[in-house]
Design a protein around this ligand. Sequence first.
Ligand SMILES: [Zn+2]
Length: 146
Amino acid sequence: MSKKSFKYYDYEVLMGGISYDYYDYEVHCRVKAGVVLPCEHPYGMNCRCNARRYAGRTIAWAREREIKRGEVKVKAAKLRVLAANQRTMAAGYRRQAAHPIYPGQDLICLSKAAISSALAARSETKADLLDASLSFTDPRSNPGIY
Ligand SMILES: [Zn+2]
């Protein structure tokens, strides 16, 4: 939590009832009385503010949600790094299969390359699923939140 948005939140609490709307730079949305205001950008515009996602929710809830979304993004990125390493490993096995040192090594290496490629595909699919799970909170795919 940055000091800036916490200060704004404190300010709102200190004003006790008199609530001014402000822009939360951490969650990227306008807030009034602790509640996220609707996005006022044109519907077709990709404004990338989070008001469409969190309008009507409390800013505290939206912050928690953004932290969880960040954790999911990190997990997906780690899986993509793992997939890249698995693909590199598969390429290494294929290189070794082209220059076997002992009889049958080419078959062993090609099998290991196939396994590494399959693991890479699985890692990428898991990352894709995590990325897709993030879009379910977007009201553009769930208009019921409006
Ligand atoms: Zn917007």
